[in-house]
Design a protein around this ligand. Structure first.
Ligand code: GLN
Length: 271
């Protein structure tokens, strides 16, 4: 009796390990077939859907205790709920998110990700769900008053983001010409370097900028003028129209029911 219980426990542990390794990003289902692993049938059969994000981006995704919370997490929960499955989340560097999808580690990415043409070469985007802009954060006593004052300055960005692309200005299309770009994995680390004087400004999306400023308002501020206009969307594997359509349906329902506004209000005003 005792022995069989022990055996069961071992089996259970093995099964858990198996499912955990799937969660950890194997791009294949049990049959070893990687193609179509994000199909709705597979997702339903597995009983979970995997979303990848970078939980350093309050109010869209951030850690509260041991939990990842935020606007994108609320939307992702709705997507899982619509499919009747559990939500699993991978927290990775922002620069690794597109690869999470192309490699099949994630079914979708919800990360305050701007739907831009370069990314569209590798993933498909859902309908837009949020309008954002790049903002500039400086120290309270800074001589940077306008975006054009960034010329010749040392600017911190989150690596691989549209703020990084804008400041790096590889194609020469940005209005500003900064002296150097410092790249960070976490926006918070860029803000710390700004406060300690190692860099002159941080360029980051406007709502995360507000959160950083709120927490350090005796030291830093956000410039009123913004740099870019962008739209956030959810990314899926190229050609996965059935998941894309389902996500668009969820976004539409959330907009029509007023739930999206409610969630945005809840997180954008929350301190
Ligand atoms: N919206 C920006 C981008 O897509 C930044 C997103 C983020 O840092 N999570 O590049």
């Amino acid at each position: 009796m005792k022995k069989s219980f022990k055996l069961m426990a071992v089996c259970l542990a093995a099964a858990t390990m198996l499912s955990m390794s799937a969660c950890g990003g194997k791009n294949s289902d049990e049959s070893g077939v990687s193609e179509g692993s994000s199909s709705l049938d597979n997702i339903k059969r597995n009983g979970y859907i995997t979303m990848s994000t970078n939980a350093e981006f309050e109010p869209f995704e951030y850690n509260e205790g041991s939990e990842i919370v935020g606007i994108d997490v609320e939307i992702s929960k709705k997507i899982a709920e619509k499919l009747g499955v559990k939500l699993r989340m991978n927290d990775v560097a922002f620069g690794a998110l597109i690869q999470e999808i192309t490699s099949g580690k994630a079914d979708f990415v919800a990360a305050g990700m701007t739907a831009d043409d370069d990314r569209r070469k590798n993933v498909d985007f859902s309908d837009n769900y949020f309008d954002a802009r790049q903002a500039v954060i400086v120290r309270l006593d800074s001589d940077i008053k306008e975006p054009k004052d960034l010329d010749g300055k040392k600017v911190g960005v989150q690596e691989g983001t549209t703020g990084d692309i804008y400041c790096t200005n590889e194609d020469g299309s940005s209005e500003i010409k900064v002296a150097s770009v410092e790249r960070y994995n976490k926006g918070m680390d860029a803000v710390s370097d700004l406060i300690s004087g190692r860099i002159d400004a941080v360029v980051i999306d406007d709502f995360p900028a507000d959160k950083f400023v709120d927490k350090n308002s005796s030291k830093i501020k956000k410039l009123e003028s913004m740099l870019t206009e962008e739209k956030y969307a959810i990314a899926v594997k190229k050609g996965n129209t059935e998941l894309m359509e389902l996500i668009n349906e969820v976004l539409k329902e959330m907009n029509e029911s007023g739930e999206m506004d409610q969630i945005l209000n809840q997180y954008l005003v929350k301190e």
